[in-house]
Design a protein around this ligand. Structure first.
Ligand SMILES: Cc1ncc(COP(=O)(O)O)c(C=O)c1O
Length: 405
C-alpha cells in the first residue's frame, strides 16, 4: 500500500508544510470523502431518517442503513441489526454497563490500565448498585497477565458477571489476547465487553472470530466524524439490554401508561440522530475497508520503531510498556517525571510542527497508582504518517529533553 500517496486524500495533509500529526490515539484526520459526506448531508438532503417518508427522509433512512451494513461487514458481525449508533465509545460502554441487570455483589473485571470510559461506569455501578469491580494487575512491563486473570476469574467464581477490557490500551498501545480472555470469561459463565476504541482503527477486528459479546468503538478515531461511535452486541444480549436513553425512536408504540419497546438497534438510539455523522461514518468505513489493515498495523509499528530507537536512550525518560514496538503498535508513550511534559508538547508543535498529546490520557488510575503525577507524552501514529515524521519527532523530542534537563 502506498501510504504516502494516501496523504493526498486528507485535506490537512496536502499543504507542503503540513504539521506532523501524531495524536491519532486521540482523534484521527478525515479524508475528503468523509468531509464531502457531511457537506452533502447539509447541502443536499438535510432530513430526518427513520421517520419522514418524503425524499429527504427516505434518502437518509437508506444511507444510514447502508452505513450499518458497512459496519456489520467491517466487524464481521452476524447482522446489521447488531450495530448501534452512539455518540462515542464512552456512550457505548455506558449503554452496556447501565443497560444490564445487576445484583449486589456481581463481579466485573477490568485491567489496571483502562481508559476512564471503561472504568468510571463500573465504579459508578459499584457505588450506586453494589457491584464488585475488581482490577486484574498487568505484568510489570504492562503486558496482560493471563495467570492473574485466570486467578481473578477463579476467585470470583459464580459471581463473575462481566469482563470488560480494552483490546489495545491508549496508555501504551499494548494489545491483550482477547480471544483467550473471551474463552476463559465464557467458561466462567461471564460476558465479555471489549473496548475497541484503539483496536478497530488499526487492525482487523472480527467479533465472531473473537467470540465476544459487546464491542465499543470510536468512529472519530477511524477517519470518521466527531460525535460518532458505535456499539456492536450479540443480538440476543441487545434484546435484553435496557436503553439508557428512552424517547422518540426507542418504542414501537406507547399509551399513557405502557411502553412497547422497539427492537435493537432502534431501542438504543433515542432522539433525533447525528445523520450527517452516520452517513460520513459510511464514507470512513468505505475508506478503511479498502485498506489492508495488517499492512496498516505493520506500518504503524515501523514508525513506532523509528520513534522508539530515536529516544529510548535519552536521560530521564522511560517508554511505557516493552521497548519492542511490535508490542505497542503505533503508540509511543513516554514517562518523564522530572521534565515538563506539557511544555515539551507545546514546544514540539511550535518549533517543529510535531503534534503529540501530554498528560494522563484519561487513564488517571494507572498514573495515580504508579505515582506518575506528570503523566506521559504520547506520540501515536496512523496510516498517513511517514518515516520522516517519526524521525522528526525523535529528533525534536531529543533536543527538547536536552534543553529541559
Ligand atoms: C481505550 C479507549 N477507550 C475509550 C475511549 C473513549 O472514546 P470516546 O472518545 O469515543 O468516547 C478512548 C478515547 O481515547 C480510548 O482510547
Amino acid at each position: 500500500m502506498d501510504f504516502k500517496k494516501m496523504r493526498q486524500d486528507f485535506p490537512t495533509l496536502r499543504p507542503d508544510d503540513a504539521p506532523a500529526y501524531l495524536d491519532n490515539a486521540c482523534v484521527t484526520l478525515k479524508p475528503d470523502s468523509v468531509v464531502e459526506a457531511i457537506h452533502d448531508y447539509y447541502t443536499k438532503t438535510p432530513g430526518c431518517g427513520g421517520r419522514s417518508v418524503h425524499r429527504y427522509g427516505s434518502k437518509i433512512s437508506q444511507s444510514t442503513s447502508q452505513t450499518r451494513t458497512k459496519l456489520q461487514k467491517f466487524l464481521n458481525a452476524e447482522s446489521a441489526k447488531e450495530i448501534v449508533f452512539t455518540r462515542n465509545a464512552t456512550h457505548s460502554l455506558n449503554q452496556v454497563a447501565h443497560g444490564m441487570q445487576w445484583s449486589k455483589g456481581d463481579i466485573v473485571l477490568t485491567t489496571d490500565r483502562e481508559h476512564n470510559s471503561n472504568l468510571v461506569p463500573w465504579l459508578q455501578l459499584e457505588q450506586e448498585r453494589g457491584i464488585d469491580h475488581r482490577v486484574v494487575e498487568s505484568n510489570p512491563d504492562n503486558t496482560f497477565n493471563l495467570e492473574a486473570f485466570e486467578q481473578a476469574c477463579a476467585d470470583a467464581g459464580s459471581k463473575l458477571k462481566m469482563v470488560s477490557m480494552s483490546q489495545v490500551g491508549n496508555l501504551d498501545g499494548i494489545k491483550i489476547p482477547v480471544k483467550k480472555i473471551a474463552r476463559i470469561a465464557h467458561d466462567h459463565g461471564a460476558l465479555i465487553c471489549v473496548d475497541g476504541a484503539q483496536s478497530t482503527p488499526h487492525m482487523n477486528v472480527d467479533v465472531q472470530d473473537l467470540d465476544i459479546d459487546f464491542l465499543a468503538f470510536s468512529i472519530h478515531k477511524m477517519c470518521g466524524p466527531s460525535g460518532m461511535g458505535g456499539l456492536w452486541g450479540r443480538y440476543d444480549l441487545l434484546e435484553n439490554l435496557r436503553t439508557i436513553q428512552s424517547g422518540g425512536q426507542t418504542v414501537k408504540t406507547s399509551t399513557y401508561d405502557s411502553i412497547e419497546w422497539a427492537n435493537p438497534p432502534n431501542r438504543f438510539e433515542g432522539g433525533l440522530g447525528n445523520f450527517s455523522g452516520m452517513i460520513a461514518t459510511g464514507a470512513a468505513i468505505d475508506y478503511l475497508s479498502k485498506l489492508d489493515m495488517d499492512a496498516v498495523h505493520q506500518h504503524e509499528i515501523r514508525l513506532n520503531s523509528i520513534m522508539t530507537d530515536g529516544i529510548k536512550d535519552l536521560p530521564g525518560i522511560e517508554i511505557i510498556g516493552p521497548l519492542d514496538a511490535n508490542k505497542r503498535g503505533g503508540i509511543c508513550s513516554i514517562l518523564m517525571d522530572e521534565l515538563p511534559a506539557h511544555d515539551i508538547a507545546l514546544l514540539l508543535d511550535e518549533a517543529a510542527g510535531v503534534m503529540v498529546r501530554s498528560g494522563q490520557h484519561c487513564v488517571h488510575s494507572w498514573f495515580n497508582s504508579k505515582g506518575h503525577a506528570n503523566g506521559s507524552l504520547r506520540a501515536s501514529a496512523y496510516l498517513y504518517n511517514t518515516e520522516d515524521e517519526a524521525r522528526l519527532f525523535a529528533e525534536t523530542f531529543s533536543e527538547a529533553v536536552h534543553a529541559f534537563s
